[in-house]
Design a protein around this ligand. Structure first.
Ligand SMILES: *Cc1c(COP(=O)(O)O)cnc(C)c1O
Length: 393
């Protein structure tokens, strides 16, 4: 009998029944420390009382309308996003890839609207990940994700991540925008230095290009600021794609744009049946409020500093296995030597009760809920320590 699911994933033989805070539990009651949170999604942890209450309350009222009708929760959340960021306009999506698609369309449409339709090319970077839809895999440029899916889509030029001169050289009169993750997640947990973001902003200003950030993974408080680019204060984007953590586990995303950059997205240019659904908005509003509550980011900063220190200690103790500590805030990576495969390493950590992920470039990836404390962090470090010791044998 073939399995009913497509073989696109290979999950371990393990089923979780419920979650509470930073922990997941099997039906037999075995607990796991969740240091991946559905890949940077459960920002408030599992079973957050306010998020659960908001979802239940909305579930009793109204589930779905489509965008044929006004959804008050959309206007409320869009106002929170625009009041607190560079952006003036918001389009809600169901996922990160859709937020990226909307960002790409917004950028191209901006130039079309300006009477410059020949400017449609987007500069992207090696190691990028922007999702799995056609536009997103072509933007990401990872050959593994493109193979077997027909001809490559026109209009993306990839340069080395962080190479300012190469980026500059790639700009032509057909270039519309630069698309970059301020911290790469999937590609190997690589943070772009703040001066590089400023450099990209300057390049865009010089050449009249739009700067697009993909903060699907590194946004929503993950780095200790609401948005990762806020660390490079002047390097604000024109367009930004967000998702993952903004819904805290309820599927949602958004494309944010300045008034000018979003100008081409007029009636009929874009749409989504489910985007901005009332259930998603009920949760999205709670997540925003919690992330912006006094003291929340202080905890992220404090515990992430502690984690980074501890990880550096681990890397020193196990220098034969860990070659580098990467990341920013609570998006963290341990680059491993070639003979220790990150995925196998994550499997061994799981056997010891710690859930982590693997990213590209043989990096063990961690993205715990943002509500972890130092004792959770210490527990994770101790399991990582033991797991590394196993591999050293
Ligand atoms: C996960 C991710 C996406 C895609 O999000 P989906 O919700 O899986 O479509 C896009 N960009 C980045 C940076 C991501 O990490």
């Amino acid at each position: 009998m073939p399995a009913p699911l497509m073989d696109t994933y290979a999950p371990p033989d393990l089923v979780f029944e419920r979650g509470e805070g930073v922990r997941l539990y099997t039906a037999e009651g075995k607990a796991y420390l969740d240091f991946i949170s559905g890949i940077a999604v459960n920002a408030l942890g599992h079973h957050h009382p306010k998020a659960v209450a908001a979802l239940k309350e909305q579930a009793d009222k109204l589930w779905h309308l489509s965008n044929m009708f006004k959804v008050p929760g959309q206007i409320e959340l869009a106002k929170k996003y625009t009041d607190s960021t560079f952006a003036d306009r918001v389009f809600f999506t169901n996922s990160g890839a859709e937020a990226v698609e909307c960002a790409l369309k917004t950028a191209r449409r901006y130039f079309y609207d300006k009477g410059e339709p020949h400017r449609y090319r987007i500069i992207t970077f090696t190691g990028a990940f922007h999702g799995r839809t056609y536009g997103a895999i072509n933007a990401g440029g990872n050959p593994k994700y493109l193979e077997g899916f027909g001809p490559r889509m026109e209009g993306f030029d990839q340069v080395e991540f962080g190479d300012h001169e190469a980026t500059k050289a790639a700009i032509t009169e057909e270039t519309a925008a630069i698309l970059v993750e301020p911290v790469q997640g999937e590609g190997g947990v690589r943070a772009l230095p703040e001066q590089c973001l400023r450099g990209l902003r300057e390049l865009c200003d010089e050449h009249g290009l739009l700067l697009i950030y993909d903060e699907v993974q590194c946004g929503a408080g993950r780095t200790g600021r609401m948005w990762a680019h806020e660390w490079a204060d002047t390097a604000r984007p024109d367009i930004m794609a967000v998702a993952k953590g903004v819904g805290g586990g309820f599927p949602m995303g958004a494309c944010l744009a300045t008034e000018a950059a979003g100008k081409g997205m007029v009636i009929g240019t874009h749409g989504s049946t489910f985007g901005g659904n009332p259930l998603a908005m009920a949760v999205g509003n709670v997540v925003f409020d919690e992330l912006n509550a006094p003291g929340f980011m202080d905890n992220v900063l404090k515990v992430s500093n502690f984690m980074q220190q501890q990880l550096t200690g681990l890397a020193d103790r196990h220098s034969g296995i860990v070659t580098e500590v990467r990341g920013k805030g609570l998006l963290m990576g341990l680059k491993l030597v070639d003979d220790v495969v990150a995925k196998e390493f994550a499997g061994k950590a799981r056997d010891r009760g710690l859930l982590i992920g693997a990213a590209g470039d043989n990096v063990a990836r961690m993205a715990p809920p943002l509500v972890i404390d130092e004792s959770d962090a210490s527990e994770a470090i101790s399991i990582l320590d033991d797991t590394l010791a196993d591999f050293a044998k």
